[in-house]
Design a protein around this ligand. Structure first.
Ligand SMILES: Cc1cc2nc3c(=O)[nH]c(=O)nc-3n(C[C@H](O)[C@H](O)[C@H](O)COP(=O)(O)OP(=O)(O)OC[C@H]3O[C@@H](n4cnc5c(N)ncnc54)[C@H](O)[C@@H]3O)c2cc1C
Length: 177
């Protein structure tokens, strides 16, 4: 199935190539397609169809390690990923194997990754916040890092655009007086 998709894609010409099918690439591909561009998405990981969740609702007693996981395996192959709160016996298959995908840490950096169709949207916690005007001005006010070239008002309509499509809603609290 996967090779067929690749063979099909190789025989055609595209207006746009999107690398990665996570939230970023997935959204970019959606927008490009809707604007009429012939778009191909390159994804390095496995194809995940909706419903490919073999451990969903599986009780711990049906798992080989009763939900505790193989600690020797985690230590050897999932040193970084196992630091993530969501990593466990029921979710390991959505996390990258650190032994197979090492990276250089010049300073300590826990890079939590998911290589599959949908990327980390498969594992995320569904908390959907906006950065605020305070966040966009923080670097400038603190004098650290590089000042953002944009402000909240620049992205505000785009937050609304995405939230409407995804179905995100929440309360808007007026400033305290
Ligand atoms: C457990 C967990 C919980 C989270 N909860 C929240 C939350 O509640 N709220 C929130 O806002 N954020 C949350 N996040 C963060 C959020 O999920 C990520 O910021 C977001 O999903 C990143 O999307 P992305 O498209 O930028 O990257 P990714 O989702 O990482 O997508 C990158 C994609 O590119 C592919 N790829 C990489 N290299 C290549 C290559 N060379 N060729 C082809 N494909 C490649 C990968 O396989 C992957 O599919 C959470 C993250 C995790 C891990």
């Amino acid at each position: 199935m996967k090779n067929t998709r690749i063979a099909d894609a190789a025989d055609r010409e595209y207006d746009a190539i999107v690398v990665g099918s996570g939230m970023t690439g997935g959204w970019a591909a959606k927008e490009l397609c809707e604007k009429g561009l012939e778009t191909v998405v390159l994804e390095r990981g496995n194809f995940v169809e909706h419903g490919d969740y073999p451990t969903e609702h599986m009780p711990a007693w049906d798992m080989p390690y009763r939900g505790w996981g193989d600690r020797n395996l985690y230590e050897k192959e999932y040193g970084v990923q196992s630091q993530c709160y969501a990593f466990g016996e029921a979710t390991r298959h959505f996390f990258v194997n650190d032994e197979q995908h090492p990276y250089v840490q010049e300073t300590p950096f826990s890079w939590i990754r998911g290589y599959q169709l949908g990327g980390r949207s498969i594992m995320w916690g569904r908390q959907s916040y906006r950065l605020s005007d305070l966040d966009f001005e923080a670097n400038k006010k603190d004098g650290y890092g590089v000042d953002w070239p944009i402000r909240y008002e620049d992205v505000e309509p785009w937050y609304s655009y995405v939230e409407k499509h995804v179905g995100i809603s929440g309360a808007l609290f007026p400033s305290a007086t």
